[in-house]
Design a protein around this ligand. Structure first.
Ligand code: 5GP
Length: 203
C-alpha cells in the first residue's frame, strides 16, 4: 500500500536526550529517516561529519542558504543550524517517516511550510536533571552550559506550540511513546486517502 510520507519535528532543550531517543527509535521503526543538519558549530569529540551533522563554515552555510538548498535554519547561540532540503523532499515522496531534530524557531518555520507535520516536544523531567545531564556529558564549558540552560527555559515556555509532549525520564518509555505517536499518525485517514482507490482497483 502506498502511503504518503510523514514529517515529524522533534524538539527539546539541549540535554533532553534527543540523540539517544532517536538512536533507539531507529532500531525499532521501519522506514524512518533522520535528517542530518548542517551546522557551523565545531564537532564534539565523538561526532562524525556526515553522520551527526555536516560541519561547515559560515561562508558555505550562507551559500547553501542563498541557493535555497536549506529548508529552514536557525541561529542557536552564535552558531547556525539548518536542514538540507533535497533529502527531505525525496524521503517524503517515497512515503518515509522523516524526523527533523530541530529547535523551536525551526519548528515554527516547518509548521508554516508543512501544515501536516507532527511536532513532538521532548521534555526533561526537571531543569535540575537537564543541568545534571549537560554537565555530565562534559561537551560544553560552564559558559556554554549556562547559555544552553537559558535557551532551554525559553524553549520550554514555547512547548505548548507542539502537538505532543513526551517526557524523557526513562529512555525506553520515551521511545515507546514516540513510536505510538508515529503509528497513530500514520493511520490517520487523511494520510491514507490513496488507499481507498488502491483497494477499489484491486477488487
Ligand atoms: P547541538 O549543538 O546541541 O547539537 O544543537 C543545538 C540545538 O540546535 C538543538 O536544539 C538541536 O535540535 C538544534 N538543531 C540541530 N539541527 C538543527 C537544524 O537543522 N535546524 C534547527 N532549526 N535547529 C537545529
Amino acid at each position: 500500500m502506498n502511503r504518503n510520507g510523514l514529517l515529524i519535528i522533534l524538539s527539546g532543550p539541549s540535554g533532553s536526550g534527543k540523540d539517544t531517543i532517536l538512536y533507539e527509535l531507529a532500531k525499532r521503526e521501519r522506514d524512518i529517516k533522520i535528517s542530518i543538519s548542517m551546522t557551523t558549530r565545531k564537532p564534539r569529540d565523538w561526532e562524525e561529519d556526515g553522520k551527526n551533522y555536516y560541519f561547515v563554515d559560515e561562508a558555505y552555510f550562507r551559500r547553501k542558504l542563498e541557493s535555497e538548498q536549506i529548508l529552514e535554519y536557525a541561529q542557536y547561540g552564535s552558531k547556525f543550524y539548518g536542514t538540507p532540503k533535497a533529502p527531505v523532499d525525496i524521503w517524503l515522496a517515497e512515503g518515509k517517516t522523516v524526523i527533523l531534530k530541530i529547535e523551536v524557531q525551526g519548528a515554527e518555520k516547518i509548521r508554516a511550510l508543512y501544515p501536516d507535520a507532527v511536532s513532538i516536544f521532548l521534555m526533561p523531567p526537571s531543569l535540575q536533571v537537564l543541568e545534571d545531564r549537560l554537565r555530565k556529558r562534559e561537551t560544553e564549558d560552564e559558559d556554554e552550559i549556562s547559555r544552553r540552560l537559558t535557551i532551554a527555559v525559553g524553549e520550554i515556555k514555547r512547548s505548548l506550540e507542539y502537538d505532543y509532549y513526551v517526557i524523557n525520564d526513562i529512555v525506553g518509555y520515551a521511545v515507546s511513546d514516540i513510536s505510538a505517536i508515529i503509528q497513530a499518525e500514520k493511520q490517520k485517514t487523511f494520510r491514507n486517502k490513496n488507499i481507498i482507490s488502491e483497494v477499489m482497483n484491486n477488487a
